[in-house]
Write a protein that binds this ligand. Structure first.
Ligand SMILES: Cc1ncc(COP(=O)(O)O)c(C=O)c1O
Length: 392
């Protein structure tokens, strides 16, 4: 069986037979990408408005990214953190330039959930407290610790009992947060914009209150920027002086698709973590670090923050002004946009796919745009033409 020789039905058959039935799969097999476009096994082209759940911010087959990874593969790909690495050292230095003030220690791992697990463990060890407060509709991953923080019963129920104990409060409700945080709370864990839950931005006042409540009660504030990181026009969506978290977690886009997780914390938290108390074999390998370095370099050099802010605002305005009778609300910031419909979202996802545009659901009635940040005016216009033809 040779790569490139399988047709769609053979691919579907093999995946159906050999995988646990965890995913409701879309009908197509994606086999190639080029810039802002993906191609299926029949050679059909799709505008990528999802970047693999927010991962491929440089789009697909980016020449600079591919060349850097290829060079690193020919130099040194893997290397444990019990040895020093030149690439890792340079990446850590680079992270200091985007880290929020006071977040000076960086733990690198391999995925969002792993980065959350580290945050949970660090918060517990630093505070000596067991519990967490997170938000309803919040999503933090599917390993057991991250799942305990995730709100949706769909993800939690089959695996209960879960540890650690997490109270889920209504998002953007300061009084509810105030009532839930007590002397046993290690941390408040929040997404600055809830992603999987439907693209719900936190109000600035809410994040500042969360900061104050945590500080007053001796708990920590953890910002989950796994989905928001790098795509809202600034590195972080929690970007105000009064709302700096104690721990910030990111993953997805940081290495443009190479698996990576990053848990940033303060000196005080870092000093409470015993040597050897946490670790990972693959995390912070030279290859992963090189992937992150070239991604951060491209973000800066190509002004992708500025472009995400401008094109994102334009998309939000045009989607709102479209005046579709099917649309309830358009929400988001930069290239993280949710379009809530007055009806279930699946027919719209299908219709967009048939028209050659791939978007993601975010809850039962919302579709979500997480485009590669390399979109230009042409891709915005192409998306809008498809959206108007289906929704108006
Ligand atoms: C906000 C948020 N936290 C955590 C995760 C989990 O990340 P991963 O799927 O890499 O484990 C996700 C993934 O969608 C996410 O959006």
């Amino acid at each position: 069986m040779t790569l490139g020789t399988l047709d769609l039905s053979q691919i579907q058959q093999l995946e159906t037979v050999h995988q646990p039935p965890l995913y409701a799969k879309r009908e197509i097999a994606l086999v190639r990408g080029e810039g802002a476009y993906l191609f299926d096994s029949n050679g059909r082209r799709y505008l990528d408005a999802m970047s693999n759940y927010g991962v491929a911010i440089l789009g697909h087959a980016d020449p600079e990214y591919a060349a850097a990874l290829s060079e690193q593969l020919h130099t040194l790909a893997t290397g444990h953190q019990s040895f020093y690495s030149d690439v890792r050292a340079v990446l850590l230095r680079q992270i200091t330039t985007i880290a929020p003030p006071g977040l000076t220690r960086y733990f690198l791992s391999n995925s969002g959930a792993e980065a959350i697990e580290a945050a949970i463990k660090f918060a517990r060890v630093a505070t000596g407290r067991p519990n967490f407060v997170a938000a309803k509709r919040g999503y933090h991953g599917r390993t057991l610790g991250a799942l305990a923080a995730t709100a949706d019963q769909k993800y939690r129920a089959p695996f209960e009992p879960l540890a650690p104990s997490t109270t889920h409060v209504s998002f953007n409700d300061v009084a509810a947060l105030e009532a839930a945080v007590d002397d046993h709370t290690a941390a408040i864990l929040l997404e600055p914009i809830q992603g999987e839950g439907g693209i719900w931005p936190a109000s600035l006042g809410y994040l500042q209150s969360a900061r104050d409540i945590a500080a007053t009660r001796g708990a920590l504030l953890i910002a989950d920027e796994i989905q928001t990181g790098f795509r809202t026009g600034t590195p972080w969506a929690i970007d105000a002086p009064g709302a700096v978290p104690d721990i910030l977690v990111t993953a997805k886009a940081l290495a443009n698709g190479f698996p990576i997780g990053l848990t940033m914390c303060t000196e005080v938290i870092s000093s409470a973590i015993p040597s050897g108390a946490h670790g990972t074999t693959f995390g912070a390998s030279p290859l992963a670090c090189r992937a992150a370095l070239v991604t951060l370099h491209a973000l800066r050099e190509r002004d992708l923050y500025g472009r995400s802010a401008a094109l994102g605002t334009q998309l939000i305005n045009r989607l709102t002004d479209m005046g579709s009778p099917k649309v309830r609300q358009v929400r988001g910031r930069g290239m993280m946009i949710g379009v809530e419909l007055k009806e279930r979202v699946t027919p719209t996802l299908r219709a967009l796919q048939e028209r050659g545009v791939l978007v993601l659901p975010a809850g039962p009635t919302t579709f979500r745009l997480l485009p590669p940040l390399i979109w230009e005016q042409e891709q915005v216009d192409e998306f809008m033409a498809a959206a108007e033809s289906i929704l108006c």
